[in-house]
Structure formats: structure tokens, C-alpha cells
Design a protein around this ligand. Structure first.
Ligand SMILES: *Cc1c(COP(=O)(O)O)cnc(C)c1O
Length: 430
């Protein structure tokens, strides 16, 4: 194996979700194309997690690369206050057309967590503007994850989020179990009966709770949440940051339940995995509550790099690909293949559950997956299991034989893990 490149050390870079005292050196990547990552020492890895679920078209898709290059030659960025550029206005109109109902008003930002902050700010100020400033609370669901900034942490299940140290500092939210059956639906109703007058909104990751452990719920559960919000007069925020853009089999997960949220958050695959971009999109009644003659009614937010022109050009090119290429059919094929090829894991000792939804496959183990990451690299695939789950979220363009290499690696490593069963040790995080 070749020596690692001379720039690669941990003298100055602070890594994400890492104990820097013990963190292994990250793998140096010098290029990527399609579903393959090229490492500095010449090895190639098949990517099974789409770079934190962003690279839905694979890496370096020529159509997106060309759109970014063309935009860079013309205009990379201008401030969004007082100045306008075509890629952002076109993208906003396209998102409004793709999203259900009257989700027509698009506020851009640069990361998922910030889009959640903006959604919560919108919800709280919506009620303030309607003369109900006491509605300041938010209800979220157990096992949910909504980001790493402070209000996003507040609505993330503290048992799931990596923010136990900040309890008492982050604002507190209410947590409920997802209304999966009659009992949990009744419990949610009882909680809302008590708390609704002080609540502004309910926030949920539709159909799949991601970083909290990739737990699934069905469309009926999501529809019950919408109905509960209607009964108790609460705004519904759908965090589609992970589910948006095809991952669950439809362009947006909410569509499978026929649910129109009042506010939706988008990011991750929005730019096809190329540039940081996010959007918070509101229905007309939410937007209208900010209109008026008094300036205080307006939304006071404006990230410096909001609606970056390169990112918007990339997002428009990504949407072109959803129109021109059979992405949702590819997701359906991946879903069938994952279900087929991960099923044998069910019989292994130490496997608690195997579940598949769209282009997401999960093998949940009875204990921490620590130690599995380097084993997958040895097998030529890039996966990043965490907590008790090994999950696969490939780019939608993955070929069947490449996906088989990933699922075969998962089955083989899980079988070995089941035999050795590490009972304790460091838990890997997202
Ligand atoms: C990743 C994610 C976020 C946070 O997005 P960042 O861009 O990492 O800030 C929020 N919600 C969900 C559901 C996510 O998957």
C-alpha cells in the first residue's frame, strides 16, 4: 500500500462526530465517478451511503458538472438581499411545482439544520403574527433526528442525538411516540389535548427516521399525525432532508400518505450531492401570515450564502436528471434487490431486524457495530454503520452487480459479527 499523502494528518482539522484522541485517519479520496470513490493509494471503493445520503445521481454526473462549470464562468455568487439571479428563481418555481398542494414559498439556506431552524422560526412567528405568542412549544417524536444546531437539537430525541451534555441549555420540546396504533394514537391525542394551546408545531421525518436509527413507519401513521395536527390546530413540519428526492420511492415521502405538510425542509440530495444547499418551503397560509404593513411581521432571516448560484444551478441540473432519467424506477429496483439480498441476514444470530424502504436497506444488530467500518473497506465497499445498525443507501444509479457486492459484504460481515458478538466497546456514531 502506498504511503498516505503528505497533507493527511490531524494537526489542524477537527473531524465530525469524532473523538480526536483516538480517531483513525480518514481515507484520502482523490476522485469519484458514478458509484466509485478513488483512494490516493489506487484502491476503489463502491459507495454504499451516497456521502451522507446526498449523491443520488452518483459522483461527477456530467450534466451536473457541466451546469456548475457554466454557472461558475458566469456568476458564482451574489448576495440574495436586493439582488437576484435566474438559477434561484427558477429552482424555487420548480420546487413549488414538484411539492404537493400550495407548498409554494421557498426560503433558501445552506444546510439541513439551518433549514430546520428556519422552519421552527417560521412556525413560532406564524402564531405570533396571528396574535397567539404563547404558542412557543414544539412537539417532536421519539427516535427523531433534525440536526445539530440548537433548536434542531431541541427537537431531536435526546437519547438519539449526541447532545446529552447540553440538556438544560437547549430549549425543551415535547416528545411523543409515533402514532403507529390505537394506543399510541390515543396517547398523542391526550398529550395534544393538554399541550396544544402552548404549541406552535409538530415536526416529523416522514416514513423514515434517519440518524435516530433508520426506523420506518407507514403512510397511515403519517396521515394520523396530519389528522392530529388538524384536530388540534397545529402546523405540521415535515423534515424531508433525508427522504426528499426519491429515497423512499416517491419524490417526496409525504406523497405516499397524501399528506401536505404546512412547512417542509429539504437539503441533502437537493443539489445532487455537489454543493451545500437547503430550502424551507411554506404553504400559502403560513406565508400570508407574514404579510402586512408592520415590518415586524416579516421573517427576519438571511444567511450570507443563501441561494448560492452554483448550488442552485447544480440543483436545477439534479431536477433535470429526475425528469430525464428513470430515477424512481431505479429506486424501485434497488428496493427489490435490497429486500432479496439482505433477507438472509434475518436468520443470523444477533440480527434483530432487517428492513428496506426505497433505496434504503437496514440490518439492525443486537449490539454496537463498532469495528465493522474497516472490515467493509477491506471488502472494497464504503459503509459507515453506527449505533446498532448497518445501513445501505446507495446512489440511485448503482448497477445491480455493484449493489450485490455491497449486500454480500454486509451479509458476510454481519455473519462474522454475529459469531464474535462484541459486547462492549466504543459505539460508532453517524
Ligand atoms: C442530515 C439531516 C439533518 C441535518 O442536516 P445538515 O445539513 O447536516 O445540517 C436534519 N434532518 C434530517 C432528517 C437529516 O437527515
Amino acid at each position: 500500500m502506498a504511503a498516505s499523502p503528505n497533507w493527511l494528518n490531524l494537526d489542524h482539522v477537527w473531524l465530525p462526530y469524532a473523538q480526536m484522541a483516538t480517531a483513525p485517519l480518514p481515507l484520502p479520496v482523490v476522485g469519484a465517478a458514478g458509484v466509485r470513490l478513488q483512494l490516493a493509494d489506487g484502491r476503489e471503493l463502491i459507495d454504499g451511503i451516497s456521502s451522507w445520503w446526498t449523491a443520488c445521481h452518483g459522483y461527477n454526473h456530467p450534466h451536473i458538472v457541466e451546469a456548475i462549470q457554466r454557472q461558475a464562468a458566469q456568476l458564482s455568487h451574489v448576495m440574495f438581499g436586493g439582488l437576484a439571479h435566474e438559477p434561484a428563481y427558477t429552482l424555487a418555481a420548480r420546487l413549488a411545482a414538484l411539492l404537493p398542494g400550495d407548498l409554494d414559498h421557498v426560503f433558501f439556506s445552506e444546510s439541513g439544520s439551518v433549514s430546520v431552524e428556519i422552519a421552527l422560526k417560521m412556525a413560532l412567528q406564524y402564531w405570533r403574527n396571528l396574535g397567539q405568542p404563547q404558542r412557543r412549544g414544539v412537539l417532536a417524536f421519539r427516535e427523531g433526528y433534525h440536526g445539530d444546531t440548537f433548536m434542531a437539537m431541541a427537537v431531536t430525541d435526546p437519547a438519539v442525538g449526541m447532545h446529552a451534555a447540553f440538556q438544560g441549555i437547549v430549549p425543551s420540546a415535547s416528545f411523543a411516540a409515533l402514532p403507529r396504533d390505537d394506543d399510541t394514537t390515543a396517547a398523542l391525542d391526550a398529550l395534544l389535548e393538554r399541550e396544544a394551546p402552548q404549541l406552535a408545531a409538530v415536526i416529523v421525518e416522514p416514513l423514515v427516521q434517519g440518524a435516530g436509527g433508520f426506523r420506518l413507519h407507514d403512510a397511515a401513521t403519517l396521515a394520523r399525525i396530519r389528522a392530529a395536527c388538524d384536530r388540534h390546530n397545529l402546523l405540521l413540519i415535515a423534515d424531508e432532508i433525508m427522504t426528499g428526492f426519491g429515497r423512499t420511492g416517491t419524490l417526496f415521502a409525504c406523497a405516499q400518505a397524501g399528506v401536505v405538510p404546512d412547512i417542509v425542509c429539504l437539503s441533502k440530495a437537493l443539489s445532487g450531492g455537489t454543493l451545500p444547499l437547503a430550502a424551507t418551503v411554506a404553504r400559502s397560509p403560513v406565508f400570508d401570515a407574514f404579510l402586512g404593513t408592520e415590518f415586524e411581521r416579516a421573517l427576519m432571516h438571511g444567511p450570507t450564502y443563501m441561494a448560492n448560484a452554483l448550488a442552485c444551478a447544480a440543483a436545477n441540473a439534479s431536477l433535470d436528471l429526475f425528469e430525464r432519467e428513470p430515477r424512481l424506477q431505479q429506486v424501485a429496483a434497488i428496493e427489490a434487490q435490497l429486500a432479496r439480498e439482505l433477507a438472509p441476514c434475518r436468520a443470523l444470530p444477533g440480527v434483530v431486524d432487517v428492513r428496506v424502504k426505497g433505496a434504503l436497506g437496514v440490518v439492525e444488530l443486537a449490539g454496537p457495530t463498532a469495528g465493522l467500518r474497516p472490515a467493509f473497506v477491506e471488502r472494497g465497499v464504503w459503509l459507515r454503520p453506527f449505533g446498532n445498525v448497518v445501513y445501505v443507501m446507495p446512489p440511485f444509479v448503482i448497477a445491480a452487480d455493484d449493489l450485490t457486492r455491497i449486500t454480500a459484504a454486509v451479509c458476510a460481515e454481519v455473519a462474522m459479527w454475529a459469531e464474535e458478538r462484541p459486547t462492549e466497546g466504543a459505539r460508532d456514531v453517524v
